[in-house]
Design a binder for this molecule. Structure first.
Ligand code: SAM
Ligand code: SF4
Length: 329
């Protein structure tokens, strides 16, 4: 049975293009069957006991003109005061710490709708600086033009994160200051510039199960699926539109991780925001289902993260190693 599952997934032509109904049929399998399939496919493409570790740094906080309903950095939320762009030497100091903590990729995020021309020189300097440490570089700065993507790629940027966040249907319930198609346009600019794509979304914003699946269908049907697919569990931030949305059923969350693995067999599936609200058992199930990347450290952009002690304890008990390191962080 394993060989059949793996060969079917390996030969993606048998599934692509995915449809909501073909993906939904997979989603509705008995839980053990779905996880058996996703684990077999995961094992066929990755070492199931390895996890890729990234670190995320907010290089510019708050004051964002977009109205993303989940985000405390939006001016539409009673959220966080705006800061200036972080200085290069502080970015470098924190990048050295991240590398010593076991990270192989360093992700710099900014609360922007899009970076402005006046920011580009500083962004390029950060890309070159972080790369000089031997870390993979990632940026998440909002929407970027073809020209901006080419400048960042030229500077050596490896990944660009730009999450679709949800289905095209539900998108207007999340953001009104931009369209779903604007996000897809940035993803194609990133791809055209030759960078790797990091794109995923958030569960728990009031979307339906079909919305969650349709987001994965859109990602899996891209000409080239993202190399990295972050799946966030909504962190209900006080002062935001989504502060009081009902929490996601952990079993349904694990099903989405398994579906992402089956639909994008060679992508890194990242357990991203919301891990502080996940039990160790829920995270272990996500790793078994096919999640093989996570952010380390105490903070994400503005929300807390489990921190190295809890992560070290979990990975030790699971006998999992950080990829590229061989030993635990
Ligand atoms: N401003 C840039 C943008 O929106 O593309 C980058 C900022 S940050 C990387 C944006 C991503 O973090 C969002 O697309 C969302 O997926 C995730 N995120 C932000 N706030 C969150 C929250 N409260 N809960 C879960 N995920 C969140
Ligand atoms: Fe701005 Fe990004 Fe937050 Fe949306 S998610 S409000 S674009 S910082």
């Amino acid at each position: 049975m394993t060989a059949e599952i793996v060969s079917a997934a390996a030969d993606r032509s048998t599934q692509r293009p995915w449809t909501l109904s073909s993906a939904r049929a997979l989603y509705e399998l008995p839980f053990n069957e779905l996880l058996y399939r996703s684990h077999c496919i995961h094992r066929a493409n990755f070492d199931p006991n390895e996890i890729q570790l990234s670190k995320l740094l907010n290089i510019k906080t708050g004051g964002c003109p977009e109205d993303c309903g989940y985000c405390s950095q939006s001016v539409h939320a009673q959220g966080i005061a705006a800061s200036k762009l972080m200085k290069l030497d502080e970015v470098m100091r924190q990048a050295v710490n991240a590398k010593e903590g076991g990270a192989t990729r360093y992700c710099l995020g900014a609360a922007w709708r899009s970076p402005k021309g006046r920011d580009e020189a500083a962004i390029v300097a950060m890309i070159k600086g972080v790369k000089s440490l031997g870390l993979e570089t990632c940026m998440t700065l909002g929407m970027i033009s073809q020209e901006q993507a080419a400048v960042f790629a030229e500077a050596g940027l490896d990944y660009y994160n730009h999450n679709l966040d949800t289905s095209e249907r539900f998108y207007p319930n999340v953001v009104t200051t931009r369209k779903f198609s604007d996000r897809l346009a940035t993803l194609s600019h990133v791809r055209e510039a030759g960078m790797k794509v990091c794109s995923g979304g958030i569960l728990g914003m009031g979307e339906t199960i079909d919305d969650r699946i349709d987001m994965l269908v859109t990602l899996a049907n891209l000409a080239e699926p993202p190399e990295s697919v972050p799946i966030n569990l909504l962190i209900p931030m006080p002062g935001t539109k989504m502060a009081d949305v009902a929490p996601v059923d952990p079993i349904e969350f694990v099903r989405v991780i398994a579906l992402a693995r089956v639909m994008m067999p060679t992508s890194f599936v990242r357990l991203t925001a919301g891990r502080t609200a996940m039990s160790d058992e829920m995270q272990a199930l996500c790793f078994f289902a096919g999640a093989n990347s996570m952010f380390i450290g105490d903070m994400l952009l503005t929300a807390s993260n489990p921190g190295n002690d809890r992560d070290h304890s979990l990975l030790t008990r699971l006998r999992m190693t950080a990829s590229g390191k061989g030993d635990l962080v």
